[in-house]
Write a protein that binds this ligand. Structure first.
Ligand SMILES: [Zn+2]
Length: 357
């Protein structure tokens, strides 16, 4: 049996940088992430020279150097000092300079957003208004284009969706590559009173923040279940109920208007004004009835909507497209009704680290 011995390189603690070192070691262990960071730096080299001197570019380059140093070694090597990367990060986030917060999730988000920014800035032709205008959102959805912009390099290039758009207009000359951190979630809200389900909203994510159950032992799967569980909202204003309430009010106004009109001299100016008001109300009635029967979200011109009493609704969030690398943030903060925050002392099992669909 062939046994290959490799040595993993450590990182020096430069003063409260253990949270950064553990984040970097985790990212360095993921082949997909290494490839992604490497591609971002190559894209920088092929792009606009001014971008190469930005703070984001500096972080991307220094990050790539650290990742390179953390690759498995054939022989024992001493620990590596990520000083240059810390200096680059400190220019973007002051908290990194002081290390007062030591928040691994915040550091990850800075790294992730920086790499996305380098992709976007290196090839602006992909992110102009034409790109946004020509990008049809998937049916019945709202897509967060701001956070999905870098995804034009997705390997799946067949569709119209930004996550699958072909990188055909790229000036970078590089083949398309995907952001392995980027996934898509969808949320759906349904009114308990009338049963109407609002349009499903989609949004991209590069990590999921999960609430940890208040139990002595839990698993990552349980935390994920809590993310997708059906929640109850008590202050939701349903669009269908709003349109229905406005129609009821309009019908009452029509009735009142007709009664007042019957008591006026038909030839008077006042009767003429009242007739015009009645015609407007009847037009509103038709618009509202049409909206209720076909599309409650339709624009209702000139109609002031009645605000119904907030009702109970259910909300469910689903993962619509899993990323190559699923990054999970296990939130151990518990927010009390008093406004105070306490720490959840639940023990956590090691669970999913990498999710390959
Ligand atoms: Zn409703």
């Amino acid at each position: 049996m062939l046994v290959v011995v490799v040595f993993m390189r450590g990182l020096y603690n430069l003063g409260n940088t253990c949270f950064m070192n553990s984040t970097l070691q985790s990212l360095a262990s993921l082949d997909e992430f290494n490839t992604y960071a490497d591609n971002c730096v190559k894209l920088l080299a092929a792009g606009d020279a001014t971008v190469n001197h930005s703070a984001d570019a500096d972080i991307a380059v220094q990050l790539n150097i650290v990742l390179e140093q953390l690759r498995p070694q054939a022989s024992r090597v001493s620990a590596y000092s990520p000083r240059a990367l810390v200096n680059s990060l400190s220019k973007k986030g002051r908290w990194m300079a002081s290390r007062a917060e030591q928040d691994a999730q915040e550091l990850f988000q800075m790294v992730s957003s920086t790499l996305q920014a380098t992709m976007r800035e290196s090839d602006p032709s992909l992110f102009n208004t034409d790109f946004l205008a020509n990008t049809a959102p998937i049916e019945n959805s709202i897509v967060s284009t701001a956070s999905s912009s870098s995804s034009c390099h997705s390997a799946n290039s067949a569709g119209k969706h930004p996550l699958r758009r072909r990188c055909s207009t790229s000036v970078c000359g590089m083949p398309p590559f995907a952001n392995p951190l980027l996934g898509m979630a969808a949320s759906r809200i349904a009114c308990v009173k009338c049963g109407y389900t609002a349009a499903i909203r989609h949004f991209t994510f590069d990590n999921l923040s999960l609430t940890v159950p208040r139990a002595r032992h839990t698993t990552v799967e349980e935390c994920l279940s809590m993310y997708t569980v059906i929640d109850q909202l008590d202050d939701f204003k349903c669009r269908y109920c709003t349109v229905a309430a406005t129609l009821a009010q309009t019908m009452a106004d029509i009735q009142t208007c007709r009664s007042e009109l019957a008591e006026l001299d038909a030839a008077s100016k006042r009767a003429a004004r009242k007739s015009a008001a009645l015609a407007t109300l009847i037009d509103h009635q038709h618009q509202l009835e049409q909206a209720l029967s076909s599309n409650p979200e339709a624009e209702l011109k000139g109609i002031k909507l009645v605000s119904p009493q907030p009702g109970v609704s259910t909300k469910q969030t689903m993962i619509a497209r899993t990323p190559k690398i699923l990054v999970l943030h296990l939130s151990r903060s518990i927010f009390l009704p008093t406004g105070d925050t306490i720490k959840n002392t639940a023990h956590q099992y090691e669970g999913l680290r990498q999710c390959v669909p």
